[in-house]
Design a protein around this ligand. Structure first.
Ligand code: HEC
Ligand code: HEC
Length: 466
């Protein structure tokens, strides 16, 4: 890709961002005379790069000092942690899922379930005990004694991993109205080699690592904008409700709107990052000071706390706040345009909201006051029994999931070399992902099933342009 220094920011967004831009140094963006709005998926943070690096580029509108901070965060995101004591990056484990952020969020992109002969890499399992009568009480999940709320399938030398998981799939066939047969696979999980028995009533939520670009923009969407899309009682009668999750904010010590994670189970990127260090890598921070193996007989690990400093937490948070969003492609292709229309007709846009406006995210001017095209409402939707994990997470019940953003989804294949979608990666391509939609999206799926082959191809061509 060619980079040009341009006056893009003042020229295009003079009325909105002159003050912010005035203080920034020259920005690195592709110079082009006119951009159509929907090409700029991430507003001014958009990059024109459709290569395998498309998810790993700093937002082009960062100031020089902000870019420096982003690059410091990049180093930490890639840092490989080891067992303490060590000179560099100690503190791993004693139990963990992986040794670095990038190992799961490969190329800042998404993970996938393992192939038959592979161990878990970027898929993890949340665990909890059932609540009385499966009540959705808005409280955090109940940890499983001896395991906590996540299965850590790896451990440092001298410590037992909590267990392993075997995955097999049940195939089922769905026939669309025009007679096309689509094979869908449903995952079954067997927990093996657990270091102590898992209670039989354990609730399990499989989750693959999502992409990590564009997240500062999602954090910058004002709460009232998100809540305006919520329609819990379905007052407009379209069969689609949309419900906010409210989750525990450890910094503010109160319940706040959840935005991140497959069930909108984290309120801020700071907390999401600290939780990743803690839950996925066994690394303590000022937010989560107790080892994730606490309560286990094998808590033998007494390194200085916190194992990762507030400075590192800050730069890594800034890194995921300021990764650029790749621009849309092929907007003028007639098939893509047709697909965009079908996307609206099939009510996809009721949950995958195409356009939102960010407010101000303190300390991150590059993501503030942007018009963006994330294709999410950040709300929870009942997706039906086929996708249910039956594990409540704060206000999310066992069949509710947060609408995932669709921006960049057409580049996943190039960046990550696979097309596994949905929270557990069961879908092997975009059409399979759509055909798993149920619950509030039942009608959308039926509309897609009734489409002609040419229409379904157009819908996919549109998704691939994102
Ligand atoms: C073992 C794999 C794994 C590791 C290691 C890991 N993550 Fe993740 N990450 C995930 C999964 C799975 C999710 C979804 C979690 C959920 O739904 O609760 C996630 C979610 C996220 C999100 C929220 C994305 C969104 O769209 O909501 C961010 C940000 C993130 N991780 C950053 C990090 C950082 C920073 C690190 C390193 C400190 C890290 N992750 C380490 C697997 C991993
Ligand atoms: C009721 C809200 C709703 C509607 C309507 C809806 N979706 Fe979704 N969509 C979701 C949710 C929630 C998920 C995540 C489900 C999961 O992972 O289990 C999802 C997942 C997806 C994914 C996979 C994304 C990923 O990152 O893995 C694609 C692609 C998708 N939807 C496309 C569509 C299309 C196309 C339509 C219209 C035919 C549509 N959706 C209609 C809520 C909706």
């Amino acid at each position: 890709m060619k980079h040009f220094y341009s006056l893009f920011c003042p020229v295009l967004l003079a009325s909105v961002l002159l003050v912010a831009c005035g203080s920034e140094s020259p920005v690195v963006v592709k110079s082009a005379p006119v951009f159509s709005t929907s090409e700029l998926a991430g507003g001014e943070t958009t990059v024109f790069d459709a290569s395998s690096h498309a998810f790993s580029i700093p937002a082009p509108n960062l100031s020089a000092s902000a870019l420096e901070k982003h690059l410091e965060g990049d180093v930490e995101f890639e840092a490989v942690f080891v067992t303490a004591p060590a000179v560099v990056n100690p503190g791993l484990g004693p139990i963990y899922n992986n040794v670095s952020c990038i190992n799961c969020h490969s190329r800042d992109g998404r993970g996938r379930p393992p192939d038959a002969d592979e161990g878990l890499v970027s898929l993890l399992f949340r665990l909890s005990l059932p609540k009385a009568e499966d009540s959705i009480d808005g409280k955090p999940p109940i940890p499983v004694p001896g395991f906590g709320t996540q299965l850590n399938n790896r451990a440092v030398v001298g410590t037992d991993p909590e267990g392993k998981v075997k995955i097999d799939y049940t195939e089922q066939t769905l026939t669309t109205e025009d007679g096309t047969r689509v094979h869908l696979r449903y995952p079954n999980y067997t927990f093996t080699e657990t270091y102590q028995p898992l209670p039989s009533e354990v609730e399990v939520s499989p989750r693959v690592a999502p992409v990590v670009f564009g997240l500062g923009l999602l954090e910058a969407i004002p709460e009232n904008v998100i809540l305006a899309y919520a329609d819990e009682a379905d007052a407009n009668g379209d069969g689609i409700s949309g419900k906010p999750n409210y989750v525990w904010d450890v910094v503010e010590q109160r319940y706040n709107l959840g935005r991140f994670g497959w069930k909108a189970n984290q309120p801020t990127l700071l907390q999401q990052v600290a939780a990743a260090y803690h839950d996925d890598m066994g690394i303590t921070t000022s937010l989560f000071q107790t080892e994730n193996s606490a309560g286990q007989p094998q808590l033998t690990h007494h390194s200085p706390k916190p194992e990762v400093s507030d400075e590192i937490l800050d730069v890594v948070t800034f890194y995921v706040q300021t990764l650029a969003v790749p621009a849309r492609r092929n907007l003028d292709d007639p098939q893509v345009k047709h697909g965009e229309q079908l996307f609206a007709e099939a009510q996809c846009a009721s949950c995958h909201v195409p356009t939102l406006r960010t407010g101000v995210l303190t300390g991150v001017p590059s993501v503030s006051n942007q018009t963006i095209h994330p294709y999410t409402d950040l709300l929870l939707h009942d997706m039906g029994p086929g996708l249910a994990d039956n594990r409540p997470d704060f206000h999310a019940n066992g069949s509710e999931w947060r609408t995932p953003p669709l921006w960049g989804i057409g580049l996943v294949k190039r960046v990550n070399g696979h097309t596994n979608f949905l929270h557990d990666g069961r879908a092997r391509d975009l059409m399979e992902a759509i055909l798993w939609h149920g619950g509030e999206a039942e009608r959308s799926r039926q509309i897609v099933e009734q489409m002609s082959k040419a229409e379904r191809n157009a819908l996919i061509a549109f998704l691939e342009s994102l």
